[in-house]
Design a protein around this ligand. Structure first.
Ligand SMILES: NC(=O)c1ccc[n+]([C@@H]2O[C@H](COP(=O)([O-])OP(=O)(O)OC[C@H]3O[C@@H](n4cnc5c(N)ncnc54)[C@H](OP(=O)(O)O)[C@@H]3O)[C@@H](O)[C@H]2O)c1
Length: 174
């Protein structure tokens, strides 16, 4: 099977204003509705992530259930209980394509370095925009010009989280 997989490759991330996606090895906000959206979207598909994103999940929450977790690392000695190791993004995408159910996409779930490398081969971007100013050390990739916005949820304005944060979910395809 090709590295693209039958269902294609999607990137999914959440970003604050200015494209901030991480700070100090975690996400600098609390947005349970986005975690549910992330889980709904990715469950049943392989997920590909960098080693630091794997590290960002508390041990009791990993591997992410219902998904083959593929972790990219150069460290052959690193223990990754419950996950599949890959030594490069192309190797991770090949593994994901071979694991994916027919028609299921592969989701690339971060972090910054992996998004930057994977966006060139992605067909779909699912981006939660959070209406929040926050300092960070990791940012979302630049969206190439051949991606077009296909849907916004809500169509206008913002959802308001139980936490008070405003957010919306944008989907781009190329
Ligand atoms: N807001 C969101 O949606 C979202 C999503 C995911 C993550 N995040 C945040 O993003 C931050 C982590 O992102 P990050 O950019 O620092 O790290 P990352 O992309 O998660 O992981 C980087 C690691 O992946 C491995 N790696 C990267 N490129 C590689 C290559 N070409 N070949 C082999 N291995 C490679 C290396 O692991 P080794 O060092 O082990 O070799 C590298 O240190 C955290 O703050 C996290 O909370 C946010």
């Amino acid at each position: 099977m090709s590295a693209q997989g039958a269902g294609g490759i999607g990137l999914i991330w959440a970003q604050a204003r200015g494209g901030v996606i991480g700070a100090g090895g975690t996400m600098p906000w609390h947005l349970p509705e986005d975690l549910k959206h992330f889980s709904r979207t990715t469950t049943g598909s392989p997920v590909v992530m960098g080693r630091r994103t794997w590290d960002s999940f508390p041990a009791r929450y990993r591997p992410l259930p219902g998904r083959t977790n593929i972790v990219i690392t150069r460290d052959d000695a690193l223990e990754l209980p419950g996950a599949v190791r890959a030594r490069s993004l192309p190797e991770a995408l090949e593994l994901a394509a071979s694991e994916a159910a027919p028609g299921a996409p592969t989701w690339v779930i971060g972090g910054g370095t992996i998004y930057a490398d994977a966006i060139e081969v992605a067909e779909r971007l699912v981006v939660t925009e959070i209406d929040l100013d926050v300092d960070g050390d990791t940012t979302a990739p630049e969206i190439p010009e051949d991606f077009a916005l296909r849907s916004a949820e809500p169509a206008e304005g913002w959802h308001v989280s139980a936490s008070g944060l405003r957010y919306r979910i944008l989907t781009y395809t190329r």
